[in-house]
Design a protein around this ligand. Structure first.
Ligand SMILES: Cc1cc2nc3c(=O)[nH]c(=O)nc-3n(C[C@H](O)[C@H](O)[C@H](O)COP(=O)(O)OP(=O)(O)OC[C@H]3O[C@@H](n4cnc5c(N)ncnc54)[C@H](O)[C@@H]3O)c2cc1C
Length: 416
């Protein structure tokens, strides 16, 4: 340490890095601390301003024991961080320190009242303006350990007593997150769990695209199951949106993390448009409707359950479009039921980093102390944000992870 001054370097000025700078400043308790954020772009938070469709879904107000379940395999790792600095603390920080009032929307999602991710980024930068140094257009190219951290950058060398690695993942590379965290951490002896896109739309094969294109822009609630090599990997119920390239929407994006790196012809999504009824119940229901409405077209009867555009395409696929209830055979019912409950859509390619909101994989959690975010390999190095092998579901989970982890790192550096 240079005298009593604590020099902290933060490699990456995205959500995690900016939050870490805020926490260091807020909780420094009069300690002499010099905070330096190193950001390769000309302005920090390029991804942050895209969040929540430009509105920034800051966090999620679920109870911590529920919230942690949204982090998949990392739920136990992240639990202490969420407990120490969870949604309530985040909300207080936004309202009291950043001066941004928040509001709660459906599914406990928290947004700033101003509905502006740019204003969130600007409020953070304004908070940091006299509390931290922000070096922009400066890319971290290497880290050497020793008495201090010697960080080489595109603008020369820097030295720090502590270093926070927050250079993000590989998703949305146009925002500056091109996987540098992994290279830097690996060079320091860390294991990188192979990365892939998560929270991404799914591109389907050409044949399935004919179906999805016809319904482009339509959203339905359905149960979606992902099959890899013929085996069901995961099923999610929720909203799904048809698009010209394939499928998107919350249910699809949540499943996307399970799509393997190499997609074979046997990786597909099975769509169930009426999950509330099993096949037998659906058949009974149809028999009843058929006897009650013999002069009605089948497509119109199906429209009672799904949007009429979806009913039309399903009936076309089942080759029953134009048929009336009267004379609708058992074979026709079977074909229709198959398309309603087991419509198969082939996945064309792995989740693309260009479109994935977050990265699955990253620095192995086994090598990071979950109570402090300090590396178990390199004392004084802290790893936070998407650099870590943590990806949350959508709904404010990923930004909350950044905030909780940033707080733990700051607290430990400050010795609080
Ligand atoms: C379109 C979109 C919408 C999203 N919406 C939400 C939402 O509403 N709510 C939510 O919770 N999550 C959301 N997310 C996810 C969330 O934005 C990320 O999880 C979060 O930004 C990760 O923060 P991070 O700081 O770890 O990485 P990033 O935000 O990616 O920041 C990393 C920073 O490091 C910089 N950097 C990289 N390499 C270097 C280097 N070598 N030297 C210097 N700087 C470097 C990058 O330029 C970047 O600024 C969304 C993501 C996307 C793409």
């Amino acid at each position: 340490m240079s005298g009593s001054k604590i020099r902290v370097g933060i490699a990456g000025g995205g959500a995690a890095g900016l939050y870490a700078a805020c926490c260091l400043a807020k909780f420094s308790g009069g300690k002499d601390i010099e905070i330096t954020v190193i950001e390769r772009n000309s302005i920090p938070g390029k991804k942050l301003i895209l969040t929540g469709h430009g509105r920034c879904n800051i966090t999620n107000r679920k109870d911590i024991s529920d919230l942690k379940k949204g982090y998949h395999e990392a739920e136990n790792f992240i639990y202490p961080a969420l407990r120490e600095f969870g949604p309530e603390e985040t909300i207080r920080f936004f309202e009291n320190d950043l001066g941004l009032a928040v509001k709660e929307e459906d599914n406990n999602r928290i947004f700033p009242v101003c509905d502006s991710a740019v204003k969130v980024r600007d409020a953070i930068l304004s908070y940091l303006s006299c509390r931290a140094k922000i070096l922009t257009d400066t890319k971290v190219t290497g880290i050497k350990t020793g008495e201090v951290f010697s960080v080489s950058t595109s603008n020369g060398g820097l030295q720090f007593d502590f270093l926070i690695l927050s250079s993000g993942g590989s998703s949305f590379p146009k925002t500056g997150s091109t996987g540098d965290s992994y290279k830097l951490a690996e060079a320091l002896g860390h294991t990188i769990i192979p990365v892939r896109g998560a929270l991404a739309p799914v591109k389907t094969d050409k044949e399935s695209q004919q179906f999805t294109l016809a319904l482009s822009g339509v959203s339905v609630n359905s149960k979606v199951s992902l099959f890899v090599d013929g085996k069901m990997v995961r099923a999610v119920s929720g909203e799904m949106l048809f698009a010209d390239f394939g499928l998107t929407g919350p249910a699809i994006m949540e499943l996307s993390r399970e799509i393997p790196d190499k997609v074979t012809g046997n990786t597909f999504l099975e769509l169930d448009f009426i999950p509330q009824l099993n096949e037998e119940q659906l058949d009974q229901e149809f028999l009843k409707l058929i006897s009650e409405h013999p002069d009605t077209k089948i497509v119109n009867l199906l429209s009672r359950y799904v949007p009429s555009s979806v009913a039309c395409e399903i009936c076309r696929k089942a080759d029953v479009y134009g048929l009336y209830a009267q004379g609708f055979t058992k074979e026709n019912r079977k074909r229709l039921c198959r398309e309603i409950k087991h419509l198969k859509v082939l996945v064309d390619e792995p989740s693309s980093f260009d479109k994935a909101y977050v990265t699955r994989g990253g620095v192995s959690l086994k090598e990071v102390d979950r109570k402090t975010m300090e590396s178990k390999k390199v004392p004084g190095l802290y790893i936070i944000g998407e650099a870590l092998d943590i990806d949350g579901i959508s709904g404010g989970y990923n930004l909350q992870a950044c905030m909780s982890e940033a707080y733990l790192a700051a607290k430990n550096i400050l010795g609080n």
